[in-house]
Ligand binder design. Sequence first.
Ligand code: GLU
Length: 397
Amino acid sequence: MKPLSTRTLNIAASLTVAIDTLAKQMIADGKDVVSLGAGEPDFPTPEPIRVAACKAIDEGKTRYTAPVGIMEVRKAVAKKLKDENGLDYKPEQIIMTSGAKHAVFNSLAALVNPGDEVIVPAPYWVTYPELVKWLGGVPVIVQATKEAKFKITAEQLRAAITDKTKAVLLNNPCNPTGAVYTKEELGDLAKVIVEKDIYCISDEVYEYFVYDTEFTSAAAFPGMAERTIVINGFSKSHCMTGWRIGYNAAPADIAKIIGKIQGQATHHPSNVAQYAALGALEMDKSNVEAMQAAFLKRRNYMLKRTAEILPVPAHAPEGAFYLFAPVTCFYGKKTPEGKVIGGSVELCEYLLQSQGLAIVPGAAFGDDTCVRFSYAASDETLEKACDRFIAGLKALV
Ligand code: GLU
């Protein structure tokens, strides 16, 4: 047989997705597994959204839409961006996508030529470097340290930019660290982005989940709207992970190209899911506010419980719903079976096998010193997960 696509063979599978799939399969097989693997809110999709979707089905909104999505929904997204983020987009600049991940793909597909460099601050969401590679680009990783609250500085960004740099891919609030850039910090990055004339892809899917700080969109700074592709979605904010619905907001010329990409690749995201998204946009924010309050409580619980076993406490996330916990002091120790824990992958494998705890190794996010917990899970689940984490680590010798 002839070889398969080298470009595809050369990218890694998503470890967040793999762990989530494995944990769900183990649970379906009757195994006692607690999963804090994927960032998937445990709350149900709010009723007004479900009602909007059922109504769409009953009204026969079950046929093809335009590749870029339904105008009514795009108008509602443009209004949201104006009202909540102070951004001026025409509905024509909004493209509905099959989730935020698809919007990341669209953004890179619109910008990247083979050999182009895309700056990706680390720790990064697993998908970013792989999609850059898949499209023939070169991910340039800029490390943000725990000491710097997992944020890169304008100087670091400037130093990473070369003649080949096409874009920087920001994730604010950040998965997996929960870092949130202040307005001032983001403004400093924006100045470099504008001065160096590169694009910015800004994944803002966790915008509503910020604690003791404020969220600002990267597109809000002078000179940024014309070079920024904003990414957002409803999976996290409205507990709609399985609906696969998100969007790109882009400069007009880029929006057109993304429309062309979708017209050839997927045609459009689900018609029904688009109407469900409209239901989400038309809802009041009480649901989101209740989730914010629950996640803040859960974040504090996770910090407290993990501190029982971690000599170096985890960074207190300012946003999103992940805890990125430092675990290097357990490297080199042995499991009761005599296996040496060499890094975050072995530690997570051990915790899954011995404790039935599914969490994600930091190595998947470009930082082998930590493991990632999603705390978008019920209080009972978090309690069990922490008990198992502590028991597993205590059993290492
Ligand atoms: N974004 C979530 C996570 O990081 C869901 C899984 C994925 O698509 O990576 O866990």
